[in-house]
Design a binder for this molecule. Structure first.
Ligand code: GLU
Length: 303
């Protein structure tokens, strides 16, 4: 397995030249565009990794499915999906277009939906809410050291007016309640948590194992919630490339503009890949190529 990972890294690394670093959040543009890491963890708990799999990067939208799980556990399925839909948009992740009208975001994997989901996290104040999010991420990643990347958080806070406008409109329309600045602040923090490929592979392994931690063998997510979130990752997780990714790779996955992609192979593997150069939709270009190669070589597509 390690040899396959090394091969797929070597075969695909050069694709970074076809992508670009995210620069709408200025601190993300400081990443090394050549960096690549891969981690795969099977549901027996064996792990295989290569490249810069211990390099830290901002989780960004890979956080969306994880916070969604916590929001469903904090509330319930009907409460969450009353406010946020489950349909793909075909639009960019930060688009405002489909919010006009009822303002119910199409799904929790786009920014509007994710901000609405973050607004549902329970806690007496933002500090407690963020602590709960961070602790939940730590639990799934099996890494107590996960923490906020302060520079990315501040950079995102300074430039996040699109997200603010989505949130203010949703508040006006009754989709979210509470202080909008606090809600987006919590969302910016959630997106700025530093992770490695191994951390997101561990998170994905819990999903692949249908909610049971493969190492402790304890159930951390109900089977039903795990199924809903894996389904939404399959239909909406790769921005407006989710359809072609389903054809070419065929795995439930979620990408983030920090360069990470978390993918899961049901009852087999959690996968984390990192490569910060992005395609025009915001997906790690090298990460997608690596997942395609792994899916083909190991026959992983669920379709
Ligand atoms: N924090 C980023 C934003 O809200 C997340 C985008 C992403 O990774 O898709 O713009």
């Amino acid at each position: 397995m390690n040899a396959i990972l090394r091969d797929s890294l070597k075969n695909n690394q050069a694709y970074y030249k076809e992508g670009e670093l995210a620069n709408y959040i200025p601190a993300l543009a400081k990443a090394d565009s050549k960096a690549v890491g891969i981690s795969m963890i099977d549901i027996e708990g064996n792990s295989y990794s290569t490249g810069e799999y211990e390099k830290k990067f901002a989780i960004q939208s890979v956080s969306k499915p994880i916070t969604l799980i916590l929001a469903i556990m904090d509330n319930d399925i009907d409460f969450v999906f009353n406010k946020v839909g489950v349909e793909p948009t075909g639009d960019p992740f930060n688009s405002i277009i489909k919010l006009t009208g009822s303002a119910k975001p199409y799904n929790p994997m786009i920014n509007a939906g994710a901000i609405a989901v973050t607004s549902m996290i329970k806690g007496k104040d933002n500090e407690e809410k963020f602590k709960r999010i961070l602790n939940f991420f730590r639990k799934l990643a099996k890494n107590d050291k996960l923490k906020l990347d302060q520079e990315i958080y501040l950079s995102e806070k300074e430039t996040g007016d699109r997200n603010r406008s989505l949130a203010y409109y949703m508040k006006d329309q009754g989709i979210i309640e509470g202080d909008v600045e606090e809600i987006v602040d919590l969302y910016f923090k959630q997106c700025s948590i530093e992770v490695t490929c191994k951390d997101i592979a561990n998170m994905a392994a819990v999903l692949a194992n249908q909610g049971v931690d493969p190492i402790t063998e304890k159930r951390v997510i109900s089977k039903k919630i795990a199924r809903i979130v894996r389904t939404l990752m399959t239909t909406c997780g790769m921005y407006d490339k989710s359809g072609s990714f389903a054809i070419e790779v065929g795995l439930a996955a979620k990408s983030g503009v920090g360069g990470g992609i978390m993918a899961e192979v049901p009852k087999k593997f959690g996968i984390g890949v990192y490569g910060p150069a992005l395609d025009d939709k915001g997906n790690s270009i090298v990460g997608m190529k690596i997942l395609k190669e792994l899916s083909q070589r190991l026959n992983l597509s669920i379709f």
